[in-house]
Design a protein. Structure first.
Lengths: 424, 145, 248
């Protein structure tokens, strides 16, 4: 998949180059400070819109929250800079008051008022995604608000085309910009609606069994026809949509918690919020729509004979799947399961059973957050030959980062560390 | 679910209202500007073509400032008129945007006068026309002083 | 007080010195102009320009610098100043101003405090207090305005002397609606190139000239209208073209 990454980066770079060229083409001899501000404002506007499209597209390609949050912040920064620079530049250039200029921009340029509404939506989305806000909102409310990003991006489009200096009188530039939007829309429709729906029908994906694996923990088995065609591998995840009457509009990523065997796909979910708790009441026969499989947390990343799988909290699900069919002779696989309290451990019996079957070492590390646990010294103690293993780490962003630092100091080379982050 | 529906309805109404908001192209704010925005409006096309008259449009040419197209009028097979038509796209808004980038110019009426000067600037003259030029006269007058 | 006029490059080149000047300095200046003519004239078969235009090797660092600058000006003027516009390479429009700029450097190096170099109507002055008249496009012995320049260049492009020799490089046609463009700037080569480009733009020229940094301009349009930038008018005694002239 590295080739895919290079191609994607090249495409993004090429488009950024085209956009900068379009902007530069419209820059005349800049002779006043006001004009410099406005010119920069136009560039930030163009780039901000492009980054917004990228952010939308990347979610459709399954990229996890880490990249999405970064792109979201970059987009918002660029768009806010755009508003400030344009307003300041025009105000200075026209020599009127700020309010008068704002009024002039809104009443004189098509689509500006709609674009302002769009930006306001994006700001609301960003604000509600901050950790402080997330704690106070119900997950569903946050999710619903977040969907408004699509509308926010769409609302800005008309003012870009109608009032953008790079596009006025330049049919080719306009055609390019429209093509960008059309292609993003098309890709989203296909990737997020078309393919998953078609696939759901083709494979007849339905909920087959719902089992309480432990108090508050539910395992859901999804069955269908020709599931091997999905080409899912242990360690990967799908973005799932269960077509129930009140939850059909939400899609959430969950890793497979058992190796895909062509007959069913299993996920194991801990009830931490309204949605995950509602999954307990899923009825067998419910249709399922799935986007994926996504993720590089698979056996394909293996380079060495021995491997250590470290899971934090709910991160145990892909590790449990990997433990089932990851290649390795007895003694080659070690598992470290980090959790705060014994009650937090899930799939314990299955792990014990699989570890016994495969001759794998299994360590449960329990305790509150503590610098000692999973420190280099501790890891050395648990797995003395850690520096000679591939190490897979799956957990929350904080846990993954801390563990990665530990691994660096334990002498595990970076190219032998594979990570997956579970974050909202 | 009811709250979600209400939110969606409000959203739809808001979008429709925003889309219907009509904008007026801003009048140019440069009081000293002599360029009239209407100067770049397309000329009104001739209403009824006279008999035997045919009109053809050439290719669209993009200049740094606008997009133009040349239209030729033929009467009975012979070229009787050529006009340049401005295709400025969105009309008043494009003009407003072009006018927005409009710099300050002051207009005056051309007058002919004289003055006590040292040197004349003008379109490059050759050695021949220099002999009868104003510059030569000025130099000669200085020589005599 | 020395005024010397020689005919080089097909035009009268006037060097008007109004301060003490050492013997031989003016000889050097005109020798420079003759050297430029020999190297850069497209009418001299063996000049560097002619050889380069034919595709032959012509090692001339000055020519390289001139052509590089012409290319930069071509981009800055959106293609309206183009030494390849006629099909063959002809940088004489630029070379004239460039030669004057270099001549001015010679005079400065020789310590001449106040001088004016005028090549056929394109002028470079130094030392303060120069009154430059802008020729009226219709009446050869009348002025359309006066500008007071201390240190700088005044270049004019128009069709009333040599006819329609300036054409729009994009269409090949002579520009319509404009009679002359006069540009003020620091150095003559650039001012002249801008004046030529602005003239070639026709009615769109004035708006373009108003965006130029560090240059002022006035454009005489058909219909006896003049459009001037504030920085140009700031140099007119009285603040306007009419006020700078005397009538009667």
């Amino acid at each position: 998949m590295r080739v895919g990454r290079w191609i994607a980066s090249a495409l993004v770079a090429a488009n950024v180059a085209v956009i900068v060229a379009l902007w530069w083409d419209g820059v005349g001899t800049v002779d006043a400070g006001a004009e410099v501000l406005a010119t920069l404002g136009r560039l930030t506007g163009l780039l901000g819109a492009f980054v917004a499209l990228l952010a939308l597209l990347l979610i459709g390609l399954g990229r996890l929250a880490r990249h999405h949050a970064l792109l979201g912040r970059l987009c918002l920064g660029l768009l806010l800079a755009h508003v400030v620079l344009i307003t300041a530049g025009y105000t200075l250039g026209d020599g009127i008051t700020l309010w008068a200029e704002l009024g002039r921009l809104i009443s004189g340029y098509p689509g500006v008022i709609t674009a302002i509404a769009g930006l306001a939506l994006l700001v609301v989305v960003a604000v509600t995604s901050a950790r402080a806000a997330r704690r106070r909102l119900r997950y569903e409310t946050w999710y619903f608000i977040h969907l408004y990003s699509y509308l926010g991006v769409a609302l800005a489009f008309s003012h870009q085309i109608a009032a953008g200096t790079a596009f006025v009188g330049r049919p080719a530039a306009r055609a390019y910009w429209i093509a960008l939007y059309v292609m993003t829309l098309g890709a989203l429709v296909v990737l997020r609606l078309g393919v998953p729906l078609a696939r759901s029908l083709y494979h007849g994906l339905r909920v087959e069994r719902v089992v309480e694996a432990a108090p508050g923990v539910t395992s859901i088995e999804i069955g269908g026809r020709r599931l091997e065609r999905l080409r899912a591998r242990s360690g990967q995840f799908f973005t799932w949509r269960f077509l129930t009457r009140d939850r059909w509009w939400e899609a959430h990523p969950f890793s497979l918690s058992a190796a895909p065997d062509g007959r069913r796909l299993r996920i194991t979910v801990k009830g931490v919020g309204a949605y995950t708790e509602a999954l307990r009441r899923l009825r067998p026969g419910t249709r399922v729509v799935a986007e994926g499989p996504f993720g590089g947390f698979t056996a394909a990343a293996r380079r060495r004979r021995r491997v250590l799988l470290i899971a934090g909290g709910v991160g145990i699900t892909p590790v449990r799947a990997l433990l089932e069919d990851m290649p390795g002779m007895p003694g080659d696989i070690a598992v470290v399961y980090r959790a705060q309290r014994p009650d937090d451990l899930i799939l314990r019996e299955e792990l014990d059973e699989l570890a016994a079957m495969r001759g794998a070492e299994l360590h449960y590390v329990l305790g509150e957050r503590d610098g000692e646990l999973l420190s280099p010294a501790h890891l050395q103690q648990l797995v003395p030959d850690i520096a000679e293993r591939d190490v897979y780490v799956c957990g929350s962003p904080a846990m993954t980062a801390a563990t990665r630092a530990s691994l660096d100091r334990s002498g595990v080379p970076g190219r032998h560390i594979v990570t997956e982050q579970f974050a909202f | 679910m009811r709250r979600a529906l209400a939110a969606l309805v409000v959203t739809a109404v808001a979008v429709v209202l925003l889309a219907r908001y009509d904008t007026d192209p801003p009048r140019t704010l440069n009081p000293n500007s002599a360029l009239r925005p209407a100067a770049s409006a397309a000329p009104a096309p001739r209403a009824t073509p006279r008999p035997g008259e045919k009109s053809a449009s050439g290719p669209v040419i993009t200049t740094p400032f606008s997009v133009i197209q040349v239209r030729a009028t033929l009467t009975r097979g012979r070229l009787t008129g050529v006009e340049t038509v401005e295709l400025t796209g969105d009309g008043p808004h494009t003009e407003a945007l072009n006018a927005r980038a409009e710099p300050i110019l002051r207009a005056e009426a051309l007058k002919a006068g004289s003055a006590d000067i040292d040197v004349v600037t003008g379109a490059t003259y050759t050695s021949e026309s220099w002999r009868d030029s104003l510059q030569a006269a000025i130099d000669a007058a200085r020589e005599q002083r | 007080m020395t005024l010397r006029v020689e005919h080089v490059m097909g035009i009268p080149v006037r060097v008007d010195v109004r301060a003490p000047v050492a013997a031989g300095v003016l000889d050097d200046v005109f020798a420079w102009f003759r050297d430029v003519d020999a190297r850069f004239s497209p009418y001299v078969r063996e000049s560097a320009v002619s050889r380069r235009a034919r595709g032959e090797a012509a090692r001339d660092a000055d020519l390289d610098a001139v052509l590089a600058r012409c290319e930069a000006l071509r981009r800055a003027t959106g293609g309206y100043f183009d030494v390849h516009a006629t099909g063959a390479l002809d940088p004489s429009g630029y070379v004239k101003g460039w030669a004057v700029d270099r001549a001015g450097a010679l005079l400065d190096a020789a310590g001449v405090a106040r001088w004016c170099v005028d090549a056929g109507g394109d002028v470079l002055v130094r030392g303060g207090g120069w009154r430059v008249g802008v020729r009226h496009p219709d009446r050869p012995h009348a002025l359309a305005g006066v500008v007071a320049v201390d240190d700088g260049a005044v270049a004019t492009s128009g069709a009333y002397e040599r006819g329609a020799h300036v054409r729009d490089p994009h269409t090949g046609c002579a520009p319509a609606g404009v009679r002359s463009v006069t540009v003020l700037g620091r150095e003559l080569a650039t001012a002249d190139a801008y004046a030529t480009a602005a003239f070639a733009m026709g009615e769109r020229g004035p708006a373009w000239t108003a965006r130029l940094r560090g240059h002022g301009a006035m454009t005489v349009l058909a219909g006896d209208r003049v459009l001037a930038t504030p920085s140009f008018l700031a140099r007119c005694p009285g603040g306007s073209l009419a006020a700078s002239l005397s009538f009667g």
